[in-house]
Design a binder for this molecule. Structure first.
Ligand code: AMP
Length: 111
């Protein structure tokens, strides 16, 4: 989608620190990490949020998350997957993305 930063990253027009890629999904390090391991897992196709996404896309993101966790070395120690959605959910980029956070014990519940 024109003007979407994650679409531009997925097309290679903006650089990113890639940690995983397959046909449908790209994962890269968050530019402002909230944990020692913090990656964003995004579909290459544009969906504004999880509300728009089909089951195949959501499944592909979670399948990719398993590989990202291994690539970042947190599959054993544990990690959290977060999908911020809409205003109250704290979504700031309107392209569906799954945060993978790990590398330290994470507080629960979130603020
Ligand atoms: P959210 O607030 O859930 O929409 O998350 C958006 C995330 O995208 C934030 O954690 C930002 O730090 C991250 N972000 C924004 N621009 C970039 C970028 N160019 N490369 C990597 N991460 C980014």
């Amino acid at each position: 989608m024109e003007g979407c930063i994650f679409c531009k990253i997925a097309r290679g027009e903006i650089p990113s620190a890639k940690v995983y890629e397959d046909e449908r999904v790209l994962a890269f390090r968050d530019i402002d990490p909230k944990a020692p391991a913090h990656a964003l897992i995004v579909p290459k196709a544009h969906f504004a949020s999880v509300l728009e996404a089909d089951a195949g896309t959501v499944g592909a993101l979670f399948e990719a998350a398993k590989e990202v966790a291994k690539a970042l070395g947190v599959a054993e120690s544990g990690f959290r997957l977060v999908v911020n959605t809409g205003r109250d959910g704290g979504q700031s980029v309107e392209h569906l993305h799954v945060h993978l956070l790990g590398g330290r014990a994470l507080a629960w519940p979130p603020g």
